[in-house]
Design a protein around this ligand. Structure first.
Ligand SMILES: [Mn+2]
Length: 404
């Protein structure tokens, strides 16, 4: 089986070179970020940098010249004392991992960029996410620092995020295999939780069970897990996972193992103790809408049509539940389903699809409708990961029952 080795990253660089049409691309990997005092967050690489190099250490750069077809890695300057304290990546290992055969120092890279600027007025880079102004957290400074550096050296700097997103949106077989593995591990963890559910006493018992299952399989959590019981499940992104479980409530788990660079993203809502009739009908409504929405997905269907038809399905079920006054009751609709129905899935849990007009084979997206009844303390969400195929779609998590 083909693996995510140097040939994968080299192939990704070749595909990016084609899109560069003789142009230059210079991108910075992320820098390490402070967690507290002298402690650092566990490092996660910027996804485009990972896609093109596989490097998972901070402060590396990649330079690609579409003219010559050549790539260079740039290693960070790390003094010998620091090297004794912190794991770092040797140049030889960086070459083996990425398939890039030249590693430059920062100084040599700056000299080369100034030389390239004599023949190229334009350089491409990976800029900030277009939504980043809405984020409530600090951004990784490496991206802005690189842009500043390039603006000092070149006449014009253009963002190459969209062409890369379009490449990344169409998954290669080797990526689909990696994603299926992460999904399989996540399904196994959630099945285990379902089997043991009545023996747990707290949300954190479930959190621990899932974390154990993911680590034992060689993975990690792909994102902070959500284990939300009772009314906690009416908050879309609950994260405390500490509450005691109460009989006769739902517990909703939105989790994903990450292995080999690719995370799963699955949600199931199980009953702790015996659910009320009302809870059962809310759960059934979400199951029905989710199954119907998945059936809408196939190549050529526009995302606009998908959204419109999905909204109609969700509204129909909400009206049946008596939580919307009619199909035009947008306020109730948004209150009871405040998050996105679907998102791309890839190296990023919320992976850009590159603003496509329609579904294309190779895209992987989540389908995750929910109904959140804040006044009744009931929250239900069900999420599967769907691969768009030539003939329609494949539900990659179909083996995990959606029942409570
Ligand atoms: Mn999701």
């Amino acid at each position: 089986m083909k693996t995510l080795d140097a040939s994968f990253f080299a192939g990704n660089r070749r595909a990016a070179m084609d899109k560069l049409q003789g142009g230059l691309l210079v991108i910075a990997g992320y820098t390490g970020m402070q967690k507290s005092n002298d402690e650092e967050f566990r490092f996660t690489q910027e996804s485009n940098m990972w896609y093109l190099t596989g490097i998972e250490f901070p402060d590396w750069w990649l330079i690609m010249d579409g003219g010559s077809g050549k790539s260079w890695l740039v290693e960070p300057t790390i003094d010998e004392r620091l090297r004794l304290f912190t794991e770092s990546l040797a140049a030889e290992d960086a070459k083996a991992k990425s398939g890039v055969d030249t590693v430059l120092s920062r100084d040599a890279a700056m000299t080369m960029l100034r030389r390239l600027a004599k023949t190229h007025s334009l350089v491409h880079t990976v800029g900030q996410s277009p939504y980043s102004e809405h984020f409530t957290f600090a951004l990784n400074p490496a991206i802005a620092d690189m842009k500043t550096t390039l603006e000092r050296t070149f006449v014009k700097v253009e963002d190459f995020r969209l062409p890369l997103a379009r490449l990344r949106a169409i998954k290669q077989p080797v990526e689909i295999d990696a994603m299926q593995k992460a999904i399989d591990v996540t399904m196994a963890g959630l099945s285990q939780v379902k089997e043991n559910l009545q023996s747990y006493r707290h949300e954190y018992d479930i959190d621990a069970e899932l974390g154990y299952a993911f680590r034992k399989a060689g993975g990690t959590h792909g994102f902070d897990p959500i284990v939300a019981s009772g009314k906690n499940a009416t908050v879309a992104h609950y994260f405390q996972n500490n509450a005691a479980l109460k009989k006769g409530t739902f517990v909703m788990m939105d989790v994903g193992a990450k292995l080999n660079g690719y995370p799963a993203d699955l949600t199931r809502t199980f009953a702790y103790g015996k659910p009320t009739k009302r809870m059962a009908s809310v759960h059934e409504a979400v199951r029905i809408m989710q199954a119907e929405i998945i059936e809408l997905i196939k190549p050529g269907v526009s995302l606009e049509e998908y959204q419109r038809e999905s909204d109609a399905i969700i509204k129909r079920e909400m009206i049946k539940l008596g939580v919307m006054n009619g199909p035009d009751d947008e306020q109730a609709f948004r209150r009871h389903m405040p998050h996105a129905l679907s998102h791309g899935l890839g190296i990023d849990v919320h992976d850009a699809l590159g603003r496509p007009r329609e579904f294309q084979p190779g895209m992987v997206l989540t389908v995750e409708p929910g109904v959140y009844l804040q006044d009744e303390g009931i929250g239900v969400r069900i999420e599967d990961d769907i691969l768009v195929t030539e003939s329609g779609k494949k539900n990659m998590s179909a083996k995990l029952s959606t029942t409570f």
